[in-house]
Design a protein around this ligand. Structure first.
Ligand code: UD1
Ligand code: UDP
Length: 382
């Protein structure tokens, strides 16, 4: 039987964290001739993930530029992909999630009549401006894709509401596969301050904040609340690995700079990030990935957004939507820092997003789709 030519396409840090284990799984299995193409919508933050997982792309479009616009990313990726697809002629391309790379990758494949598999399919807020532009990207990719790999049963229901019912598989999220390989008991951080904290007695709050829809007033509100938390609770240490976006860098310096217990540090490599998450007291974030990882590690999360496309952990009680208003963020954090019982209620490990087997299921579903195995894999959680 001839091998199935599958090409993974990704470009940003979160896509890389979630696609690296899948790229590795595909290259290990005999049914596949696996290729990897990166747009490098992110450069340093992407390369860091590729290094940790030892993934070597076959194609690198190297498109990133400072303060790139959405059109810059989309046009450069679309044009770059054209040459790659003409040369490699894959049987299937796999894109992930909801970034501009995801959209451009799927569109480029469609223009070449190459089937598309969408990993992390079916997440929705039903507000096209939040998250922006991600909600529209994932809807458009949902319309293009032939295979849809949903992390949860709820994601499958979302697709069914859009009449997408064939080629849909519930697999779990590949981020949980990634997490199982990175967290270890005795971990030494390369950032010295992270080795100096007394994690058992100090309340280390891990922060990330980068989303485009939070630029401006919401980000100012969030950061003002964070500074108030540091001032009001002397037993806290706030650690914020700041995203390399110049907009985010400027806001972080303006609102959070110069405070003794607020540590603005460079982005962490993914193994450092996961191990810090495993040791911290609380996570405050607008990131999608952290909302999935922290519950698996038993850490409460306050989401610094108005909505979330990941309601499963909110319903399980370990994630709370804090919004983007200063007072509410401060109030919810203060409660978790002073009310032990409330904290314990949220600090429970739950795994609504996966069991570490998502990559195996996705690879199995592709093999089945191309007639190379008799049955599809069992669904996650079912
Ligand atoms: C992108 C995704 C977003 C995802 C986020 C993860 C889109 C539209 N947005 O947003 O969905 O949540 O990545 O982090 O696809 N930069 C660097 N080096 C890097 C990475 C970024 O210097 O390694 C700087 C560049 O100046 C770049 C800017 O950050 O222009 C913004 O990067 P971009 O990918 O456009 O947007 P993100 O906000 O990162
Ligand atoms: N991450 C990381 N280093 C950091 C911040 C985040 O490795 O300094 C990881 C995080 O653990 C998760 C992914 O990057 O796996 C999330 O990326 P990001 O928050 O940039 O994007 P989002 O998930 O919001 O799309």
């Amino acid at each position: 039987m001839s091998k199935i030519k599958v090409m993974t396409v990704f470009g940003t840090r979160p896509e890389a964290v979630k696609m690296a284990p899948l790229a590795l799984e595909l290259s290990r299995r005999p049914e596949f001739d696996a290729k990897c193409c990166v747009t490098a919508q992110h450069r340093e933050m992407l390369d860091s993930v590729l290094n940790i997982f030892h993934v070597k792309p076959d194609y690198d479009l190297n498109i990133m530029q400072p303060r790139q616009t959405l059109s810059d990313i989309t046009c450069k990726s679309l044009l770059g992909m054209e040459q790659v697809l003409e040369q490699a002629k894959p049987d299937l391309i796999l894109v992930h999630g909801d970034t501009s790379t995801t959209f451009a990758g799927a569109l480029a494949a469609f223009y070449h009549k190459i089937p598309v598999g969408h990993v992390e399919a079916g997440l929705r807020t039903y507000d096209k401006l939040s998250p922006y532009p991600e909600e529209m990207n994932r809807k458009l990719v949902g319309a293009i894709a032939d295979l849809h790999f949903c992390p949860t049963a709820r994601n499958r229901e979302n697709l069914a509401r859009e009449n997408i019912t064939s080629g849909v598989f519930v697999t779990g999220n590949t981020v949980i596969d990634a997490l199982q390989t990175t967290v270890v008991k005795d971990f030494t951080f390369s950032e010295p301050i992270l080795n100096q904290f007394d994690y058992a007695h100090q309340k280390v709050i891990l922060i990330t904040c980068h989303r485009r829809e939070n630029y401006g007033r919401p980000m100012a509100n969030i950061m003002t609340a964070l500074r108030r938390i540091a001032d009001a609770f002397p037993d806290t240490q706030l650690v914020y690995p700041v995203h390399l976006s110049p907009v985010v860098q400027e806001s972080a310096k303006t609102y959070l700079g110069g405070h003794q217990r607020i540590h603005l540090i460079a982005p962490l490599s993914v193994d450092e990030m996961h191990n810090l998450m495993a040791r911290c007291y609380l996570v405050m974030t607008d990131s999608g990935g952290l909302q999935e990882e922290a519950p698996a590690l038993g850490k409460p999360v306050l989401v610094l957004r108005r909505e979330t496309e990941r309601p499963e952990a909110v319903e399980a009680g370990t994630v709370r939507l804090a919004g983007v208003e200063e007072e509410n963020i401060f109030r919810l954090a203060a409660q978790l820092l002073s009310d032990r019982e409330e904290y314990q209620r949220m600090a429970r490990a739950v795994n609504p997003y996966g069991d570490g087997q998502a990559c195996r299921r996705i690879a199995g579903a592709i093999a089945w789709h191309f007639g190379q195995r008799p049955q599809p894999p069992e669904a996650f959680g079912g």
